[in-house]
Design a binder for this molecule. Structure first.
Ligand code: CTP
Length: 403
C-alpha cells in the first residue's frame, strides 16, 4: 500500500461506519485516503470523524471545490490509484449505472478513468430486486469491480445477502487489486466457471462413526477464494470442515465420496476443475443402527467397498472441463508417484505435496505447503509458502492457461 492513494466514496447506509475502520486499515498499511461523503453518508458518519482518521480534508459537495488549481472533481479522482465506493447503496449504484451526475460523488465517478470498486450494502430485497441485478450487471460490463455482499443478519432485522463485508475483507480486495496493477488485469477469469473440491469425506460406519482423514480443507478453500478474486464463478464442493466460505464462492456441502461425485457432476459444465479434496478411497457398508461393543462376539469386521475415483471419472467423461487439475498427497517418491497419477487419472496438471511425517507433518492442517506442479511440459518445484500464496500462484497459472 505504500504510496498508494484511495479515493473513498461513502454512500448513505448504516454500514457507513465500517468505512471508518477501512480508512484505519489502509493508513496502517502505508496508504493515503481522501474521502468523499454523500449527503446520505453524512447522516451516518460525520466529516469530522473521517477527517480525523484520514488526516485529510473531507469533500462533501461539488461546491467545496473552489480551488480551480485543484480542478475539483477531476483532480480528486486523477490523484487516486483506486476509487472505492463503500458502502455502495442501491441508489448510488443505480446512478452510477445510468451515468447520473447530480452530486460530487456521482460527478467524479462519471468523470474518472481510474479503476472503481463498489462494495454493496443494502437490504436483501433491494439486493435481489431485478433493478439492482440489472444495475450490477451493467456496472460490471462497464468495468466496475462490484464485490459480492456478505450474507447474515441485517440492521433492519431481516436475514440474507446484502451485508457489507467486514473491513478486513474489503481491505484484502483493495490490496489484491493494487497488487495486480489495475482493474482489467485483475479479473482475467471473469465469465469462467471453476469447480473446486476440498476437505475430507466422511464415510459412515454406523449413525455415529465414520472413516475420515486429516484434510483440513484449507488449501482447497484458499484456491476457491483466489479464483473468485480473479473473477471466476466458483463452485466449491466441500467435505465437512470448519472453515468460512471464501467471499463470492458458491459452496455445496457434502459428506461422502458418492455425494461429492454427484455434486461435482451437478456443478458442470466448467472451464476448469481443481480436485483438492482428500476423498476417502473406501467406504464401509454402513449399519443403519449403532454397532454395539461385543455384539458380533468380538471386534466387528468392516467390509470396505472402493469409492469411485472422481478425478479419473471426470477426465473420461464427456463433460470434462478444458483444464483438469488433481492434487496428490504423497509421503514418499513424491514426484514419481504424482507423475504416475497424472497419466493414470488423465488430468492436465497434478499439484503434488509431501505429507510425510507424523500427522502429515505440517501440511495437512498446517498453513504452509511446498508443492510440485507437474504438467506435460515437466515439473516445477515451488518453494515452501503459505497455502494462501500457493493458491494465488496457482490461480494466476490457471488464468494464463485459460487466456
Ligand atoms: N481423487 C478423487 N476421487 C477419489 C480419490 C482421489 O477425485 N476417490 C482425487 C483427489 O481429489 C486428488 C487426486 O485424485 O485430486 C489424487 O488423490 P490421492 O488421494 O493422492 O490419490 P489416490 O487415487 O487416492 O491414490 P493413492 O491413495 O494410491 O495415493
Amino acid at each position: 500500500m505504500n504510496g498508494k492513494r484511495i479515493l473513498l466514496v461513502i454512500g448513505g447506509g448504516i454500514a457507513a461506519y465500517k468505512s471508518c475502520e477501512l480508512i484505519r486499515l489502509i493508513r496502517k498499511a502505508g496508504g493515503a485516503v481522501s474521502c468523499v461523503l454523500t449527503d446520505g453518508g453524512a447522516q451516518f458518519v460525520t466529516p469530522m470523524t473521517l477527517a480525523a482518521l484520514s488526516e485529510e480534508q473531507v469533500y462533501t459537495s461539488l461546491w467545496d471545490l473552489k480551488n480551480e488549481a485543484e480542478m475539483g472533481h477531476i483532480q480528486l479522482s486523477r490523484e487516486a490509484d483506486l476509487i472505492v465506493v463503500c458502502p455502495a447503496t442501491a441508489d448510488l449504484m443505480a446512478k452510477m449505472a445510468a451515468g447520473i451526475a447530480d452530486d460530487l460523488a456521482t460527478t467524479l465517478l462519471l468523470a474518472t478513468d481510474t479503476p472503481v470498486m463498489a462494495v454493496p450494502a443494502m437490504n436483501v430485497r433491494m439486493w435481489e430486486h431485478a433493478a439492482t441485478r440489472r444495475n450490477v450487471e451493467r456496472l460490471r460490463e462497464d468495468g466496475v469491480i462490484v464485490l459480492h455482499p456478505d450474507e447474515g443478519p441485517m440492521a433492519c432485522g431481516e436475514y440474507g445477502e446484502g451485508r457489507l463485508p467486514e473491513p478486513e475483507a474489503v481491505f484484502g480486495e483493495i490490496e489484491h487489486l493494487l497488487d495486480s496493477n489495475g482493474a482489467a488485469q485483475a479479473r482475467p477469469l471473469a465469465g469462467k466457471h471453476a469447480v473446486v473440491t476440498a476437505g475430507p469425506t466422511h464415510e459412515p460406519i454406523d449413525p455415529v462413526r465414520y472413516i475420515a482423514n486429516r484434510s483440513s480443507g484449507q488449501q482447497g478453500y484458499a484456491i476457491a477464494g483466489a479464483l473468485a478474486r480473479l473473477g471466476a464463478d466458483v463452485t466449491l464442493v466441500s467435505g465437512p470442515v470448519s472453515l468460512e466460505t471464501p467471499r463470492g464462492v458458491k459452496r455445496v456441502d457434502i459428506e461422502t465420496a458418492l455425494e461429492m461425485e454427484a455434486a461435482v457432476d451437478e456443478a458442470l459444465p466448467a472451464d476448469v476443475a481443481i480436485l483438492v479434496a482428500a476423498v476417502a478411497d473406501w467406504r464401509a457398508e454402513s449399519s443403519p443402527r449403532k454397532i454395539k461393543k461385543g455384539e458380533a462376539g468380538g471386534t466387528p469386521q468392516l467390509d470396505l467397498i472402493e469409492n469411485p475415483d472422481i478425478l479419473a471419472g471426470l477426465s473420461r467423461s464427456d463433460k470434462r472441463p478444458g483444464l483438469l487439475i488433481g492434487f496428490a498427497a504423497e509421503t514418499d517418491k513424491v514426484v514419481g508417484y504424482a507423475k504416475a497419477k497424472l497419466d493414470r487419472k488423465g488430468c492436465d496438471w497434478i499439484v503434488a505435496n509431501d505429507v510425510s511425517g507424523p500427522k502429515g507433518q505440517s501440511v495437512m492442517g498446517g498453513s504452509e505447503n511446498s508443492v510440485h506442479v507437474i504438467t506435460a511440459d515437466g515439473v516445477e518445484s515451488w518453494a515452501q509458502m503459505p497455502k494462501r500464496d500457493v493458491a494465488r500462484k496457482l490461480a494466476e497459472r490457471i488464468a494464463d492457461a485459460l487466456a
